[in-house]
Design a protein around this ligand. Structure first.
Ligand SMILES: *[C@@H]1O[C@H](CO)[C@@H](O)[C@H](O)[C@H]1NC(C)=O
Ligand SMILES: *[C@@H]1O[C@H](CO)[C@@H](O)[C@H](O)[C@H]1NC(C)=O
Ligand SMILES: *[C@@H]1O[C@H](CO)[C@@H](O)[C@H](O)[C@H]1NC(C)=O
Ligand SMILES: *[C@@H]1O[C@H](CO)[C@@H](O)[C@H](O)[C@H]1NC(C)=O
Ligand SMILES: *[C@@H]1O[C@H](CO)[C@@H](O)[C@H](O)[C@H]1NC(C)=O
Length: 791
């Protein structure tokens, strides 16, 4: 600061002069940049090795009042630089060896009020120093096309006002850090063309203000985090990575969705057909399967659709319609059949590519119809994410209309207005022009995440089963010798069953369901996902599925469900069949009953939504090599559809109060069926009719009030000697209660289980007393497991 030296003068003058001097200094400084900042700019020029674009910078230039150019812009507010844009010539080579990114940033942070910093194509190289975070007012940082490497510095996380971070076309590497997802108002994150790898942090799901997420041309992999709650997301560009296999969950306000060149191999979710703002859709070069919804061509905003090089199926019609603004459609190299839509093929203004499908046209190379047919048959589809309903309320928020590129535009307006403000030297406080709405429409899908959680924990308990997967039709044909009659196990209301042997030698049971109504594979995703979760020790668990589709419209003709093969026959064959194998002991029967009850409990509560009304029959309970009971036939939703009827005992979502009444009822239906099985296990004779069951139940009820000897006399002769009085009584009691006419009086599954475990303990203790050689003390808190080895 200049020191004012006063000549000895009249005091009044002295004061006046002082005031004038101060005013002069104030005015001077409000128009002119602080000289220290001028020096900083000149130092930057030196460090950047005197690039041509800023060759005119010298100490006499009034930086704050020079006209901005497309390459260089300096914006001041009051006497400080708030924006600096230096955009070099594209392809600028590395700065010389003596360049130091560290010195450069050390100099840069002497412009402490910088809000917008653009340093593009300047040949900057080196790691980005953490001290860049000293620019604590930074809102927009754009360092595209340099040679920066290493990680994004952790210190940047303290710059909480950051809205836009663009580091495209550099050499940054490693995983993206978790903290990147915690910027409160990040709107644009663009990291295209770097060397990042790893999967995306889940914290990205909470970047609520994000509008643009561009990560193309990196080495990212794995599933894309759940973006449903990012209600402002307009552009998602993941091109050329290794993301997959599932279709990302994104909100319906998306304008640009670019998933090309990744490892996606799921179906296209049907919700996509309702993304009314979608303009740009690129799914090319993946392995998307299932039907291509032609409605995507007629979305109201769509102008670009590229699905080339996938395995999408479906039939196109001449009358398939297109949006007026559609300019580009590439459907080539898929498995599409039918005719060219005339809205595409007849238009000269549109680019339409369709080679290498099975379309009926002489113009472009096409495969024969059989090619698409064969390829489509073995199509496997991943279970989709559960649908998450997107709140419609969210639509009323914010400005409507496609604002693609809005960020860039807003950025420019921002710069422009700031400049105007600076010129007028207004003293208004800085107003944020990019006012973001922190919309917090929290549609937590707790139910769904619960389902995932539970199934995860259950999977851990699933004993030694291979992971659920899709099977190809060829694989199943090989396993069953082309569904030969020797592999045929039987046919019931639930379709035909075949026994198969996979290449690795494991036996499987294959259930084949013919679909009566025409449904796309898409519509079965939900069911298939549910089935994939039905894996439990006491269920015959699903190993995978396979869809067979009709050629013409890609609707599903047959579904194959592949289950574990349970070798030891039905429970009835161990109890009451005429030529029964060795009969189960009383302890084994209790153990089997516990297994069944646990299986029922899993069906009801182990997955969400629960599976009820399973029509359990003793012939559908199978025993494995350890004689553990497994429920082989439960209320698969698919079965209801294959039979052409939906509604009876299908999924009961707990949300709906009218349903919860049914839940408890359905719950008790299974308890009744369990009672019937229990009755057969106690009496040791096959029960054929409902009437018979009621009569025997009434007899049992009467006998319960009598004495031990009488009770024992009605039990299966095979177990009369080996059962303890108390355990028999307990089993009879619980059996009678299960068979009560009024469903509300029947016990809950938990109650049943508790009683059975009590019976098991009593039996165990009794065996310990009387047959000490055979028995072993069971731990009271655990369900007794079978200790009998079988030949
Ligand atoms: C780097 O070296 C060049 C000569 O190769 C020289 O002109 C320049 O001033 C040096 N830059 C710095 C920052 O020392
Ligand atoms: C600074 O640059 C301006 C314009 O480029 C030029 O007119 C002026 O002579 C330069 N001053 C010095 C001291 O180089
Ligand atoms: C990810 O990138 C880092 C840094 O380049 C590298 O060390 C690491 O091996 C890569 N990890 C994977 C899984 O590719
Ligand atoms: C399009 O044509 C197909 C047969 O070519 C017909 O089944 C369908 O109803 C038509 N759709 C419309 C919207 O006209
Ligand atoms: C960042 O810089 C690149 C290259 O100049 C430019 O294309 C892009 O629009 C800039 N983004 C913003 C938000 O300024």
């Amino acid at each position: 600061m200049p020191v004012l030296r006063m000549p000895p003068m009249a005091k009044g003058f002295k004061h006046l002069f002082l005031v004038l001097a101060i005013i002069f200094i104030l005015i001077h400084h409000s128009e002119q940049l602080q000289s220290s900042q001028t020096l900083t700019l000149l130092r930057l020029k030196l460090l950047l090795n005197y690039p041509d674009i800023i060759s005119s910078w010298n100490s006499t230039i009034d930086f704050c009042n020079t006209e901005p150019t497309s390459q260089v812009t300096v914006v001041c507010y009051e006497d400080s630089i708030t924006q600096l844009h230096i955009i070099g010539i594209k392809g600028t080579p590395l700065l010389p060896r003596n360049f130091s990114m560290d010195s450069f940033v050390t100099t840069l942070v002497k412009l402490p009020d910088l809000k917008v910093l653009t340093l593009v194509s300047l040949g900057l190289w080196g790691p980005l120093p953490g001290k860049i975070a000293r620019l604590s007012s930074l809102e927009i940082l754009n360092m595209t096309s340099n040679f920066l490497y290493g990680a994004i510095p952790h210190e940047l996380s303290t710059v909480t006002g950051l809205r836009t971070l663009i580091l495209d076309d550099n050499m940054f590497s490693g995983r993206l850090p978790e903290w990147l997802g915690s910027f409160p108002i990040l709107t644009v994150l663009s990291l295209r063309k770097n060397l990042f790898n790893g999967s995306l942090p889940d914290s990205f799901s909470s970047l609520e203000n994000l509008r643009v997420l561009a990560l193309s041309h990196n080495h990212f992999y794995g599933e894309v985090p759940d973006f449903i709650s990012l209600t402002n997301l307009q552009e998602l560009d993941l091109e050329d990575n290794a993301f997959g296999p599932r279709f990302p969950l994104v909100g319906n306000k998306l304008v640009r969705l670019i998933l090309g060149k990744n490892r996606f191999r799921s179906g296209i979710p049907s919700e996509l057909s309702s993304y009314y703002q979608l303009q740009w859709l690129d799914l090319s070069f993946n392995r998307f399967v299932g039907p291509f919804p032609p409605t995507l061509l007629s979305l109201p905003s769509v102008s670009y659709v590229n699905i080339a090089n996938n395995k999408l199926t479906g039939k196109l019609f001449e009358n398939t319609s297109c949006n007026v603004e559609l300019e580009f459609a590439d459907l080539s190299s898929n498995l599409l059949t039918g005719n060219l839509p005339s809205c595409l093929s007849d238009s000269k203004d549109r680019v339409f590519l369709y080679a290498w499908n099975c379309l009926a046209t002489g113009k472009e190379n096409q495969h024969p119809l059989s090619f698409c047919r064969n390829e489509a048959l073995a199509v496997g589809i991943l279970p989709q994410h559960k649908k998450s309903k997107v709140s419609k309320v969210a639509l009323s928020l914010g400005i409507t209309g496609g604002i693609i590129g809005g960020i860039v535009l807003l950025g420019l307006i921002f710069i422009f207005v700031r400049r105007q403000n600076a010129k007028k030297t207004t003293n208004k406080p800085t107003t944020r022009l990019i006012a973001e709405k922190a919309s917090s429409t929290g549609y937590t899908s707790k139910l769904l995440s619960d389902a995932r959680y539970i199934s995860q924990t259950m999977k851990l308990g699933a004993l030694g089963l291979p992971a659920y997967r899709t099977f190809s039709l060829e694989e199943l044909e090989d396993a069953t010798n082309n569904f030969d009659t020797t592999a045929f196990m039987g046919e019931g209301s639930q379709g035909q069953m075949y026994r198969g042997r996979l290449k690795d030698g494991t036996f499987v049971a294959i259930r084949c369901l013919k679909m009566k109504k025409s449904h796309s594979t898409q519509s079965f995703m939900h069911h298939v996902e549910l089935i994939s979760k039905l894996r439990y020790r006491h269920l015959v668990s699903a190993l995978g599925h396979c869809f067979e589709c009709y050629l013409d419209d890609s609707s599903v003709s047959r579904i194959f469900l592949i289950f574990e093969y349970v070798p030891n026959g039905t429970l009835r064959s161990w109890i009451s069949e005429e030529h029964a194998r060795r009969s189960l002991t009383w302890a084994q029967r209790i153990s089997a009953a516990i297994g069944i009850a646990k299986g029922i409990q899993f069906l009801h509560t182990g997955i969400v939504p629960g599976v009820y009304s399973n029509k359990l029959k003793i012939t559908d309970i199978l025993l494995d090599q350890n004689l553990a009971a497994k429920i082989s036939s439960y209320n698969l939703p698919l079965l209801a559809e294959s039979a052409g009827k939906v509604g009876h005992g299908t999924f009961a979502l707990p949300k709906d109060p009218s349903n919860s009444a049914r839940v408890s009822y359905d719950d008790k239906v299974d308890v009744y069926d369990f009672g019937v099985i229990l009755l057969e296990m106690i009496l040791g004779r096959p029960l054929k009719t409902k009437n018979e069951v009621q009569i025997l139940k009434n007899q049992l009820q009467a006998i319960l009030a009598t004495d031990d000897v009488t009770r024992r006399s009605v039990a299966d002769t095979a177990v009369q000697k080996s059962c303890s009085d108390q355990s028999l009584k307990t089993m009879m009691e619980i059996c009678v209660r299960c068979l009560l006419r009024d469903p509300t009086e029947r016990p809950s599954v938990e109650d049943v289980l508790w009683n059975l475990q009590f019976a098991a303990q009593v039996q165990d203790a009794w065996r310990g007393d009387s047959q000490s050689s055979e028995g072993s003390p069971g731990s009271p808190s655990q369900a007794p497991h079978l200790r009998v080895a079988f030949r």
